[in-house]
Design a binder for this molecule. Structure first.
Ligand code: NDP
Length: 575
């Protein structure tokens, strides 16, 4: 649902059908230009592309002796998934916890993404986990990157997670030793660590990807990915850009936040757009001290539970929709979403002065086909004389010369080119070289389709837990989902300890039940196929019915987890 208001009932259905036809046209243009789907991108940033993966926030990695010890719980990745689950484990008395992280600190996405303007689009009082436990309240409605990163570090300090943490290290393989009932983790630093339990907490969008553009390696200026911002080049406050011509490829959530700040500082800014984002108002504000004064202990958990159950207005709206026949229900929902998109169009006309630019900034796709964005300075940036929108009409930049990007025969010479082209999505980052019983690689196990319980457990991979992967529920506020999984994982580990078990493994029939649950809730509408390509729909590629999120709703996901935990022996094998 886009808004709380209902549709404007006098509008004839033909109006909505006309807009849907335009959405389909915009989608088809894009699909035609990029038949390679997800293969249009590259995330193996090695060889000539190695600099795009380099950590600009850390010193050169210092040599150290390989680590070969054994811990009880090992987290692959040190972002929110690891931090909030580790906190729950500490509460349950687990002492030996290690985070292994590629970056030089905890924080995950907030460690890497330090581009100017980085901030979270979800109210901080919901997004930042463990606020009750940490006794803090965020300073603003939408916390900015540095505050979120500092919160991550504070959690790590508070729960003693730095003690065993290993930074600047990438796990290369995770292999189950069935005799020892331990996981062996090999790294790029020559380590052979052992752990009883492993939590894959490496994030859903953690590997930067680049659009494969002909000639990109020939570009002679400076270039980097938005998640590897080089402040050494731009200056802390972008002051070094005052005499530079800057270009940015991409107009997703990262670019929408960086562009207004670049617009203010660069001599000239060229935005190379393939598909515009939908921009909603942000209305950020400082946290009201009077509101803070009224908070009772446990306030965040209470908010979370309210969210899981659903807002009253959502429940009422859902109840109304459920009265309707299936087709009417879908139509009404679609019309509401179209109304929302047209409100976004009208705001663009109100703010952006140049008509051609305003028209080019209008997104022609259904609400939520792409991630909605919020930045009150984004649209006004296009009224500045130094900002130029190069709209590629869905084609994208396909060529870069030594001077800069080329579009329709015109070269745009640049000093700095920023790739805001996003991240590899879930599939390979998380499920990299994990070998369970009989040495079976997890991607082989998934060859005929994903097989998990809650996206977390897979039979044959005992004591392994996956966070943020497929077959889990989808939440705009990702940390709601992660906290749900983190609580579940901590409880499973606690129960395994209480049973004195060396290993717990999900039973195949329970796993099969969940696969069927996921299938039963997918493909109810043609929505995914109707959407313009993007990472939400695998760039328009066909995907198997169980290879996506669980669409049965967050409340159901949460409830199923609770009830499985209520009878763990029935659903898990303990050894
Ligand atoms: P996205 O994947 O959302 O955006 C990539 C952008 O690059 C798209 O606009 C894409 O166009 C464009 N692109 C790719 N190739 C080309 C090309 N050859 N020429 C021109 N444009 C091209 O990445 P982001 O980093 O922006 O965001 C990723 C996700 O990270 C978000 O969806 C969100 O979940 C999260 N995030 C959250 C933030 C927050 O809370 N505020 C902030 C930033 C990110 P097209 O649309 O046509 O594919």
């Amino acid at each position: 649902m886009a808004d709380d208001q209902g549709p404007i009932s006098e509008i004839p259905q033909a109006y909505y059908e006309g807009i849907k036809a335009k959405f389909a046209e915009a989608r088809d243009i894009r699909l035609k230009y990029r038949p390679e789907g997800t293969r249009q991108y590259i995330s193996d940033l090695t060889g000539v592309l190695a600099d795009y993966a380099k950590d600009p926030h850390a010193e050169e990695v210092k040599p150290r002796a390989p680590i070969t010890d054994t811990v009880e719980v090992l987290f692959i990745g040190g972002g929110f998934s690891a931090l909030l689950t580790a906190a729950r484990l500490r509460e349950r008395g687990v002492e030996s916890i290690r985070i292994v992280e590629r970056g030089a600190d905890v924080g995950g996405t907030w460690y890497w993404n330090r581009y100017p303007g980085a901030a979270c689009d979800v109210p901080a009082i919901d997004y930042l986990p463990l606020l009750d436990e940490m006794g803090v309240v965020p300073s603003r409605l939408y916390a900015k990157g540095p505050e979120i990163f500092a919160h991550c570090q504070a959690i790590a300090r508070r729960y003693d997670l730095y003690e065993l943490a290993v930074f600047g290290t990438t796990i290369l393989s995770t292999t189950w030793d069935d005799k020892a009932k331990l996981w062996i983790l090999r790294t790029d630093r020559g380590d052979e660590m052992r752990a009883k339990f492993v939590v894959c907490a490496n994030g859903t969008l953690s590997k930067p990807k680049l659009s494969k553009i002909e000639g990109m390696e020939r570009f002679r200026g400076k270039s980097f990915h938005s998640s590897r911002w080089d402040y050494g080049y731009t200056g802390e406050n972008l002051e070094n850009l005052s005499d530079k011509v800057v270009g940015i490829i991409g107009t997703g959530a990262s670019a929408v936040q960086a562009i207004p700040r670049l617009a203010k500082t660069a001599a000239a800014l060229y935005v190379f757009q393939r598909t515009p984002s939908g921009i909603d108002p942000r209305n950020d504000r400082e946290t009201d001290p009077a509101w803070v004064a009224k908070l009772q202990p446990g306030w965040q958990q209470a908010r979370r539970m309210k969210h899981i159950r659903g807002r009253d207005v959502d429940l009422q709206h859902k109840a109304e929709l459920n009265q309707l026949a299936r087709e009417d229900k879908i139509r009404r929902q679609e019309n509401e979403n179209i109304d929302h998109m047209m409100r976004i169009h009208r705001r663009i006309d109100e703010i952006v002065k140049d008509k051609a630019t305003a028209d080019a900034l209008k997104p022609w796709y259904m609400f939520m086909c792409k991630r909605p964005c919020f930045d009150d300075e984004y649209l006004p940036a296009y009224n500045r004389p130094n900002v130029h929108l190069i709209d590629t009409h869905g084609k994208g930049i396909t060529e870069i010369g030594p001077e800069g990007p080329v579009f329709e025969g015109v070269t745009y010479p640049l000093d700095l080119l920023i790739y805001a082209t996003g991240f590899e999505v879930q599939m390979t980052g998380i499920y990299n070289e994990i070998r369970g019983r009989d040495g079976r690689e997890i991607n082989e196990t998934y060859a005929e389709g994903m097989r998990t319980l809650f996206g977390v457990h897979t039979h044959g991979y005992p004591n392994l837990f996956i966070m943020g992967g497929y077959q889990a529920s989808f939440q705009f506020n990702l940390t709601f989902m992660l906290q749900c999984q983190g609580d579940h994982i901590a409880e499973c580990i606690k129960m395994a300890r209480e049973h004195g078990a060396d290993a717990i493994d999900v039973r195949p029939d329970t796993e099969e039940w969940w696969v069927q649950e996921v299938i039963a809730h997918r493909g109810k509408t043609s929505r995914n196929a109707d959407c313009t390509p993007g990472y939400y729909n695998f760039e328009g590629e066909f995907n198997r019915r169980q290879d996506g999120n669980y669409n049965g709703g967050f409340f159901q996901y949460y409830t199923h987890m609770q009830s499985i935990r209520g009878e763990l022996e029935k659903h898990f094998l303990f050894e």
